[in-house]
Design a protein around this ligand. Structure first.
Ligand code: ADP
Length: 484
């Protein structure tokens, strides 16, 4: 049982423009469903071009004023929003579980993590630094300041409906930028509730807009082509990231891109195998595997591979699959049928190529988009599952012998977001971490996301960082003023 019916009656479902809910220009709506049942849970206003332009009009109208607010005032608003989100943890958690599917415990974890970006950037808002120095020649003084980039478009994915928004909204507001968020069509409700919370926290109208849309291109294209927009920040697939980078060229927009991953999880022969299994459970099964940092390839030294695989199989086959709202559920459904079909295709391809199913391997019949928690061993190096993001509860294991082979296997991808290594040797940990081409490396830990650390990828995994002291820089321009 859950009390979603009570919550539903109070949820904002209109577009959020200029500090209030509003219908789409043509009155259009689109449906949001519960992935555990396929049931319709809400109709949400469906933004069109004119709505997008309206949102940018309001962002542009207040940009100068917002940029000129006292940093302490921006900080106070962010802090108040953090408090309100935390106060409403149960509402946000239930809402995310209903529209995205993850288990309630995971949703509660995301509320804490997602809200933390608001608190962190409330603290960063008052620490934007500049520089003052004398020219080496002695003929002039150099003043360096930071100014907000300006109106920003954020396009976010469905896998972390709150945190992927706050990671962009937090630093944008702290820096003095206005921001328009286009949430994923599967999970628009969480961002709309956040917009309402921000209004209660005192955010002036126009600074934040939220534009749910069934046609992402129709809404984002005109904004990207409008010279008033100055930045686009995106989290999602590399395919769409490339489209947005291309579209950004016309007006030379600042871009921040958090794109796809293909994280290696490398277990060396000197690893603590039990710790590695614990880490793999987190790195693989967190969020049902629907995370860009999820361990996509478990690359395990052959001398410990069977021990690791059998222990991991025991843990994964004991997971409870079910609706995220059930207290005993460990793994919820996948977000939609397309995602489930994709996971099934990758598993079938790997099995056809010679992978061995140790547990799971199939979609579950009945309502909802469930896929069995799965372990595959002997996965051939060139199968689709090792080259594409799985985004599901499937652990794909391959073996290696020497350290050099392990590193080469880890780097054999055009992605470079997260990587995990397990070893008890400090020398090896530093040596290998140095050689792995990814923006984030976890050593003997399966979860590395941290609000105080820069989250970002190398290679085709993206551009720029979110969080940490680096995150706010993405929303600031550097300006030099020369004095005689
Ligand atoms: P996923 O494959 O995880 O759904 P996508 O990259 O397709 O990730 O989607 C992430 C976000 O990008 C969503 O908000 C989606 O609506 C949006 N999106 C998808 N295609 C485009 C596009 N061509 N232009 C702009 N936004 C897009």
């Amino acid at each position: 049982m859950n009390n979603f019916d009570d919550l539903r009656r109070t949820l904002p479902t209109g577009l959020w423009i200029d500090g209030e809910q509003t219908a789409a220009v043509d009155g259009g709506v689109f449906a949001v469903q519960d992935p555990a049942t396929g049931a319709h849970i809400a109709d949400v206003a469906d933004a069109r071009v004119k709505d997008a332009v309206r949102a940018l009009d309001s962002a542009e109208r207040v940009q100068e004023e917002w940029a000129a607010t006292a940093p302490r005032q921006r900080s106070t608003i962010l802090r108040a929003a953090w408090e309100r989100v935390i106060d409403r943890t149960e509402d946000f958690a239930l809402l995310m579980t209903m529209e995205m599917g993850k288990a309630l415990a995971e949703s509660r974890g995301e509320v804490a993590y997602g809200a933390e970006f608001l608190r962190w950037f409330s603290e960063e808002a008052v620490r934007i630094q500049g520089r003052y120095t004398t020219s080496p020649s002695g003929n002039g003084r150099i003043l360096v300041t930071k100014v907000p980039v300006g109106p920003t478009l954020a396009v976010t994915p469905w896998n972390f409906p709150l945190a992927m928004g706050t990671r962009k909204i937090g630093p944008a507001l702290a820096a003095g930028c206005t921001i328009i968020v286009k949430p994923a069509e599967d999970t628009p409700l969480t961002m709309l509730l956040l917009a309402e919370v921000f209004a209660e926290a005192g955010l002036p109208p126009g600074v934040l807009s939220v534009l749910p849309a069934s046609d992402a291109v129709a809404v984002t294209e005109p904004l990207l082509a409008d010279p008033r927009l100055r930045k686009v920040t995106f989290t999602g697939s590399t395919r769409v990231g490339k489209i947005l980078i291309g579209a950004s060229a016309e007006n030379v927009l600042r871009t921040s891109m958090e794109l796809g991953g293909n994280a290696p999880f490398v277990v060396f022969d000197d690893a603590d195998v039990d710790a590695a299994v614990d880490g793999a459970m987190a790195a693989k099964m967190r969020n049902g595997g629907e995370a860009c940092t999820a361990a996509n390839r478990l690359i395990v030294a052959n001398s410990v591979r069977e021990e690791f695989t059998s222990k991991l199989t025991a843990r994964i086959s004991a997971l409870t699959l079910g609706p995220g709202t059930d207290a005993e559920t460990d793994i919820g459904p996948l977000v939609n049928e397309k995602q489930r079909r994709n996971v099934a295709t990758l598993v079938d391809d790997a099995v056809a190529a010679g992978a061995r199913v140790r547990t799971g391997g199939h979609s579950v019949d009945g309502p909802g988009y469930f896929f069995e928690p799965t372990v595959l061993d002997n996965v051939p190096a060139n199968s689709l599952i090792t080259t594409q993001e799985i985004f599901g509860p499937v652990a794909a294991i391959t073996g290696f012998d020497t350290e050099a082979e392990g590193i080469a296997a880890a780097n054999a991808t055009e992605y470079g977001l997260a990587a995990y290594i397990y070893t008890q040797s400090v020398d090896r940990a530093f040596r290998v971490a140095d050689k792995i081409d990814s923006g984030m490396v976890g050593v003997n830990r399966g979860v590395i996301s941290d609000v105080a650390a820069p989250f970002g990828g190398m290679k085709q995994s993206g551009l720029g960082s979110e969080g940490g002291t680096e995150g706010i820089e993405e929303y600031l321009e550097t300006k030099y003023i020369g004095f005689a």
